[in-house]
Design a protein around this ligand. Structure first.
Ligand code: ADP
Ligand code: ZN
Length: 620
């Protein structure tokens, strides 16, 4: 299997779970694969397809993606085809012919096509040795992306009772999972769940003040790299895109109000690296599979954590370090509430409100953000610090700076801590952190009035103080064990015995200072640099241009030729011969044959011109 992995895809190692899954499938077993976006799901059926005799049938809902996927496979030397409504009858007839002659290894079809009885009859005449259902959550009405045509897929097991069936998805709650298994008759199938912790994603939250200046400062560092900026409204996407263009950024808006033609054009420009910034509503994303998105910005905070996790998941699919920046201000809450208030059904309106609250809680955290996100999705993060969120970064920086004379590492938090503890106690340990703080700040909120909390002695005693600072204090009090946060989706704060002793005593409390935004940004950049392979940037840029030329000629997206990992390795190890070039990650037999000569020539010229010494590529 490793041999096939290198020969066709040029990869030396499997990603977590891939090897087990692949082996399980080639032995003829069904399975259910749950992996985060970017985890490498496609390989789980593509590699068995190459090993098994006969045809692998892949059902995928995204017509826009099929072509890219098939182009990518063809470039790796795999005979793949797709059938969907974008093809003419003549083109489809040609593919049918190829299928009859067993000239196709992997066939992608849209679910609409599969639902045609005549097509099913045709499939039955083919030697199908594996069936894969991608984005399997689309089969469930409980999911967020139900496609009625997916319902027909429950016939798969009748049509191919002895053929291994694999269902794959990145998003499935327990309920959706059961639904998928029962509809596809995967009851006894083994379930593979990989961790949803995307270690290469660096997440941070910044205050939405002078937002555009902050945004444009961040983007300066991403002049050549793909960026997605999520906005709240169509108008906002247009405004931001226009402002960015006036600062010479290559940005385009993308939203559902544009014509299909304009939308496709924007997407195409982005995928082909003609522009590097897409300013979008959440309408953008499902149809794209660009592996090298380096930054995802939420310019307005999103309405659910599910959506947020999916959107940031579009960064760094190639495994290279990437950034996710969320702009947060309480003021944006009104934008969301306006829509939530219009939901007629009481229950679903309340649910939307709670979901929004969860995002706000996330934005105001003073403990590890990844830990919070993962536990929200039911996974425990083992270690104490993720090392890839702003909170953990700030903490480790404070710890290492403590003791230096000119950086006040701590501040006197006695008064603030007493306020937070007293409020938690007075609220009888029944409310969440943000409510506790809202009461202290004396906010005029419906919820506060409803419970009569505006009559409490602590109401408004911290008026005028920074909300962020109070959240920071609350988080530290949890870390210290003065407060506990209950488990579950709507955690409440309760004061502990130690907290009570402190509240009633006369001790003072010093807490570590929260790092400021610029400091954190620098730390993140430094960390990203440290985890990135060192390489010659000039050569990398040259190779990037070369890749673009080849891609345009072949009419495929640049990443189909080589991904950034491959280019970075070339710009680090300077391969000079075919044999050395073959050792680069992502160079399989077919790509070596097709592109080896061109790239080697460019690299050798560069080395000669710059008098660069040879570097030995480590043997795997
Ligand atoms: P998913 O469908 O789970 O979102 P993909 O199958 O699109 O993920 O894979 C994401 C990226 O990771 C692709 O660019 C793919 O080529 C790459 N990839 C997958 N498996 C490996 C591997 N074993 N080594 C290196 N890169 C891999
Ligand atoms: Zn963290």
């Amino acid at each position: 299997m490793k041999d096939l992995l290198k020969r066709y895809f040029g990869y030396d190692e499997f990603r977590p779970m891939q090897e087990e899954i692949v082996n399980h499938i080639v032995k003829g077993n069904d399975c259910f694969v749950l992996m985060p976006t970017g985890g490498g799901k496609s390989l789980c059926y593509q590699l068995p397809a190459l090993k098994l005799d006969g045809l692998t049938l892949v059902v995928s809902p995204l017509i826009a993606l099929m072509k890219d996927q098939v182009d990518a496979l063809k470039t790796c030397g795999v005979s793949a085809e797709f059938i969907n409504s974008s093809l003419s009858p003549k083109q489809i007839a040609e593919i049918f012919n190829k299928l009859r002659k067993n000239l196709v290894k992997i066939l992608y079809v849209a679910p609409e096509r599969f639902s045609l009885p005549s097509f099913q009859e045709f499939l039955k005449t083919l030697p199908v040795s594996l069936v894969a259902v991608d984005e399997a959550h689309c089969i469930s009405e409980w999911g967020h992306d139900f496609r009625p045509d997916y319902r027909h897929l429950s016939r798969l097991k009748y049509l191919f009772p002895k053929t291994p069936l694999v269902a794959l998805t990145a998003t499935a709650t327990a309920k959706v999972r059961e639904d998928i298994a029962s509809q596809l008759q995967l009851g006894g199938a083994r379930v593979f769940i990989s961790s949803f912790d995307r270690k290469n994603l660096h997440v941070r939250v910044i205050e939405k003040k002078q937002a555009f200046q902050k945004l444009s400062a961040i983007l300066q560092k991403y002049r050549h790299d793909p960026v997605i900026i999520y906005c709240f409204s169509r108008k906002e996407t247009e405004d931001i895109a226009r402002q960015l263009r006036s600062q010479r950024f290559k940005a385009k808006a993308y939203h559902a109000g544009l014509s299909t033609k304009d939308r496709n054009a924007a997407q195409e420009l982005f995928i082909k690296d003609e522009i590097n910034i897409i300013v979008a509503t959440i309408a953008f994303g499902m149809g794209i599979d660009k592996p090298d998105v380096r930054l995802v910005v939420h310019y307005t905070y999103p309405k659910t954590l599910e959506g947020y996790y999916q959107e940031i998941g579009r960064a760094g699919r190639d495994g290279l370090p990437s950034e996710c920046v969320l702009f947060y201000t309480y003021a944006d809450t009104r934008k969301h509430e306006f829509f939530i208030d219009q939901i007629r059904d009481d229950e679903s309106r309340e649910r939307s409100r709670q979901k929004l609250q969860e995002v706000m809680n996330y934005a105001k955290l003073s403990t590890c953000r990844k830990k919070y996100l993962l536990s929200y999705f039911g996974e425990e993060l083992a270690q104490g610090s993720c090392g890839a969120c702003d909170i953990c970064q700030a903490k480790s920086a404070t710890a290492s700076e403590a003791g230096k004379p000119d950086s006040p590492a701590e501040f006197d938090a006695t008064a603030a801590a007493r306020m937070v503890l007293a409020a938690a106690a007075l609220l009888e340990n029944r409310f969440g952190q943000s409510h506790v703080i809202d009461v202290l700040l004396g906010k005029k909120l419906k919820k506060i009035k409803y419970h009569g909390h505006n009559r409490l002695s602590v109401y408004g005693i911290a008026a005028g103080q920074s909300e962020k600072q109070l959240s920071h204090v609350a988080g530290q009090l949890i870390d210290l064990g003065y407060l506990v946060k209950s488990e579950g989706r709507f955690p409440t704060l309760s004061i502990t015995k130690t907290g009570m002793v402190f509240l009633q005593g006369k001790e003072t409390l010093a807490l570590p200072n929260p790092g400021n935004e610029e400091k954190i940004e620098k730390l993140v950049q430094a960390k990203i640099k440290k985890t990135t392979l060192g390489y010659n940037e000039e050569l990398f840029e040259m190779l990037r241009v070369l890749r673009k030329e080849l891609a345009d000629k072949a009419q495929v997206p640049p990443f189909v030729i080589f991904n950034n990992v491959s280019l970075q390795e070339m710009a680090r190890y300077f391969p000079r011969t075919n044999e050395e070039f073959a050792r680069i990650n992502g160079v399989g037999a077919m790509k070596l044959k097709q592109f080896g000569k061109t790239f080697l020539k460019a690299i050798n010229n560069f080395l000669k011109e710059n008098n660069i010494e040879r570097v030995n590529i480590p043997k795997n």
